[in-house]
Design a protein around this ligand. Structure first.
Ligand code: HEM
Length: 155
């Protein structure tokens, strides 16, 4: 039956979206709570470099999953992308907020990859850490906005 077929696809997309969010945010928590303190403890940025080399690809794959599944899920809530500006519903506001947050994250991630990481040293580790905190907080905001689409505002 086509109806239940669509429901299964929606569910698979949502599961992929939640798994992508878990990997993306989880990786950043490990970076902040384990890898950066380890680098500080030994006075050497090698653990950060190794982590970025190994997690970098997985993290980017997880972010790609969000970029693909998010807009498809969003089109179910806003009834087609053109109406996002013409029909200011609660889901439309949150989807717009998510798009803005995603753009900010992509800008920050590009800056980290091309500017911060190649010159990373103990002297610049503080700057890199503030950057990682910002990306993590923006990502948590994306998760809260995502949950709020279905459940309404948090408070
Ligand atoms: C790092 C990026 C992202 C993270 C961490 C993230 C996280 C989440 C989380 C945790 C949920 C809650 C799922 C649930 O309630 O079961 C969610 C839902 C949602 N997200 Fe994202 N998301 C991201 C990117 C995006 C993007 C780029 C879009 C599209 C513009 C998007 C659109 C949605 C929509 C429409 C929902 C509601 C799905 C539903 O309940 O049917 N997300 N997101």
């Amino acid at each position: 039956m086509p109806r239940s077929h669509a429901a299964v696809i929606d569910k698979v997309l949502l599961i992929a979206h939640v798994l992508g969010a878990s990997v993306w945010i989880g990786g950043h928590v490990v970076l902040l709570a384990v890898v950066i303190p380890q680098a500080r403890g030994q006075g050497d940025v090698t653990p950060v470099r190794n982590f970025e080399r190994s997690f970098g690809r997985i993290g980017l794959a997880a972010l790609a999953v969000q970029v693909v599944t998010g807009p498809i899920l969003a089109s179910r809530w806003i009834g087609g992308w053109p109406s996002i500006f013409t029909t200011p519903t609660h889901p439309a506001h949150l989807v717009l907020a998510k798009v803005a947050l995603l753009i900010a994250i992509v800008v920050l991630a590009t800056h980290a990859t091309h500017r911060l990481l190649p010159k990373l040293s103990m002297a610049t580790l503080g700057r890199f850490t503030r950057h990682a905190w910002l990306v993590t907080l923006l990502s948590v905001a994306l998760a809260i906005a995502g949950v709020s689409i279905r459940t309404g505002w948090l408070l």
